[in-house]
Each structure stands twice: as structure tokens, then as C-alpha cells.
Design a protein around this ligand. Structure first.
Ligand SMILES: CSC[C@H]1O[C@H](OP(=O)(O)O)[C@H](O)[C@@H]1O
Length: 341
């Protein structure tokens, strides 16, 4: 199942808000459609929104119809700023846009059509490299997974969160492919249920046994000795190894520590932001109250309540056993090990 593909000069996205009940693709022919898809989580997951934004930049510059290199560069920079503002936490969004702008500035081409082709080629490269990186990450990570491991994961860091194969779920896929016969516990992951709706769906498609639990069951599951390790994804990793990931990840990490379980983070190096000293510097997206007060469009909270809805939290490095990347496994002290990747 493709998360996204470029077809007939449009970005075709699997609408993840409709999964698992409906498998439906949307065709984005302009930058606003891509921005809307990122904001509404029709496409989501750090690497996936980076790749989608790259294609959104191509669409946006084309819409501007620049007549020369100067106009092209100006349109590209304005479009990149617009797309970068859609979701602040996942560093892959800014990383992908900056990669295209850097490629553009390094080129001496002047013809707008040639420059557009160059940006599109870079967007394609980001997608292709992401799948290859996830498979390398899977190979590094599967060495940490014992045969028969019962793995808890949170949210969705799978093929749907990337250009394919997945990060945390990529490690799980690689372990399964290596004959380790793993099983998965998927936190449903309130409020948008990426675990129940997306991770469980991916695991069922793969034939990997998956049990959905509500987020508040993770502690008791561990206390009953039913979990061997935890693997999650990441949206941004600071220089000291603090990890921003879906809200609820921090609680899972504390529980894993309490129960003496390995807590692994799987992320490509494009998710590591060495410009940020610690997790305190990571911008945390806050989302609409309705995501908490409503479920499938029906109210589940009393009218008039206040809501706090941070989409991510920060897990301190001291709770992270290892960071599995496409360039190897980093272990504490992360300030040194992340720089060596
Ligand atoms: C492989 S990155 C996946 C990462 O992104 C998710 O957030 P969202 O669904 O809001 O885009 C979640 O934090 C996952 O771990």
C-alpha cells in the first residue's frame, strides 16, 4: 500500500484519516492541498510529511509560474515557509524543504522548467532514500529483538508514517523477516488512534500478531510480564538524546524503566536535530480541542470543558535504552554517539 506517489503531475496520498475502514487516495494538484493534508493528518508521520512537503514545494513553485531564476528562488522560499508552518514538531518537514532549497541554490540553472525538474528529482530522491534508510534501520534494529519478542509500540511509526517500510515498525518487520516470530501490542494512542487504526492495520496486513490495548493498559501489561521490549518512532531528537514523539510516549518510557524493559527509539538521522541542545528546545504542536472532546464526530466530553491537546511529548534521554538509526545504533552518552552517526 503506497503512502504516496507522484502521478500525472500530482501528489497522490493515501488518506490516513479514513483508515482502516476505507482505503481512499486523494490527488493534490496544488500546494494548499498538500498543506491541508499535512495539517489534517491525511498524511502524517515525520518522514512522510517531509516527503509530502517536498512534493508540495514543487507544486507551489509551479503554481507561481516564475519567469526567471530570481522569481523561481523567491517563490520556492515563500512556499517552503508556508509548508514548514503546517506542523512544527517533526524536524523532517523543515529538513526536506531545506534540502530542496539547498539543491536549488547550488544549481546554476536558470530555466524555470529545468529548475522544477531538479526539485522534483530531489523529492523523488527523498522518497527512495527513505525506504532504503528504513530497511537499513530494520537490519540494525532486528539484532536487538530476541526470538519470540512481545513488542509494545505507541502511535504509528510504520510504512504509513514514512515513504515505506517504517521506522519502529520497520524494525518489527525486519525481525519478522529474520524468522523471529514476534508479536505486537499496539497502544491505541488517543486522541487520533494512530495505533488502533494504523499500526494494527499494518500488522494485520503483514500477518504479524497484533493486540490493540488502550493507552492506560500499558502499565498493567508490563506488570503482568507480557512485554519484552518497547520500540517507538520519533519526530525530533535533540543533541542530548531527548526524544519528541507522540503524546503518551513519555509515560510508556517511564513504565518501561519501572519494569526494567528496553525502550528503543527508531528514527532516521534526518530526525536528529543537533542544533537543539535538549528536548526543552523542541517545539510541541498543540492541536484542536475537538480531537479530544469528540470521537468519530460524537461528543465524549461535557460542553464547556477546557482542553489541553499537545500532539507530542518529550522523553528524556535517560529513559532511552538506544536510538536505532539508518547509520547504526546509538547508545548513551548520546551527545557523543549521535554526532558520530
Ligand atoms: C516515523 S515518524 C512517526 C511519528 O509521527 C507520529 O505523529 P503524527 O501521527 O502526529 O504525525 C508519531 O509521533 C510517530 O511516532
Amino acid at each position: 500500500m503506497d503512502t504516496m506517489r507522484w502521478e500525472d503531475d500530482a501528489l497522490v496520498l493515501l488518506d490516513q484519516t479514513k483508515l482502516p475502514a476505507v482505503v481512499e487516495y486523494i490527488s493534490c494538484r496544488d500546494c494548499d492541498s498538500v498543506a491541508g493534508a499535512i495539517r489534517s493528518l491525511q498524511v502524517r508521520g515525520a518522514p512522510a510529511i517531509g516527503a509530502a512537503a517536498a512534493y508540495g514545494l514543487v507544486l507551489g513553485v509551479r503554481q507561481a509560474q516564475p519567469e526567471n531564476r530570481t522569481e523561481f528562488l523567491a517563490a520556492a522560499e515563500e512556499t517552503a515557509r508556508f509548508l514548514a508552518a503546517t506542523r512544527p514538531t517533526a524536524v523532517n518537514l523543515a529538513w526536506a524543504l531545506n534540502r530542496l532549497l539547498t539543491r536549488l541554490r547550488a544549481s546554476d540553472a536558470a530555466d524555470p522548467q529545468e529548475l522544477t525538474a531538479l526539485l522534483l528529482a530531489e523529492a523523488h530522491a527523498i522518497c527512495g532514500e527513505d525506504v532504503a534508510a528504513n530497511k537499513r534501520m530494520g537490519n540494525f534494529g532486528r539484532e536487538l529483538v530476541p526470538p519470540g519478542a512481545r513488542i509494545l509500540t505507541h502511535c504509528n511509526a510504520g510504512a504509513l508514517a514514512t515513504a515505506g517500510y517504517g521506522t519502529a515498525l520497520g524494525v518489527i518487520r525486519a525481525a519478522q523477516e529474520a524468522g523471529k516470530h514476534v508479536s505486537v501490542y499496539a497502544d491505541e494512542t488517543r486522541p487520533l488512534l494512530q495505533g488502533a487504526r494504523l499500526t494494527a492495520w499494518e500488522m494485520v496486513q503483514e500477518g504479524i500478531p497484533v493486540t490493540v490495548i488502550t493507552d492506560n493498559m500499558a502499565g498493567y501489561l508490563m506488570a503482568r510480564g507480557m512485554v519484552d521490549l518497547v520500540i517507538v518512532g520519533a519526530d525530533r531528537i535533540a543533541a542530548n538524546g531527548d526524544v519528541a514523539n507522540k503524546i503518551g510516549t513519555y509515560g510508556v518510557a517511564v513504565l518501561a524503566k519501572e519494569h526494567g524493559l528496553p525502550f528503543y527509539v527508531a528514527a532516521p538521522v534526518s530526525t536528529i536535530d543537533l542544533s537543539l541542545d535538549s528536548g526543552a528546545d523542541i517545539p510541541i504542536e498543540e492541536r484542536a480541542p475537538e480531537e479530544v472532546t469528540h470521537l468519530a464526530g460524537r461528543p465524549v466530553a461535557a460542553p464547556g470543558v477546557r482542553v489541553w491537546n499537545p500532539a507530542f511529548d518529550v522523553t528524556p534521554a535517560r529513559l532511552v535504552t538506544a536510538i536505532i538509526t539508518d547509520r547504526g545504533v546509538a547508545r548513551p552518552p548520546y551527545r557523543e554517539s549521535l554526532k558520530r552517526l
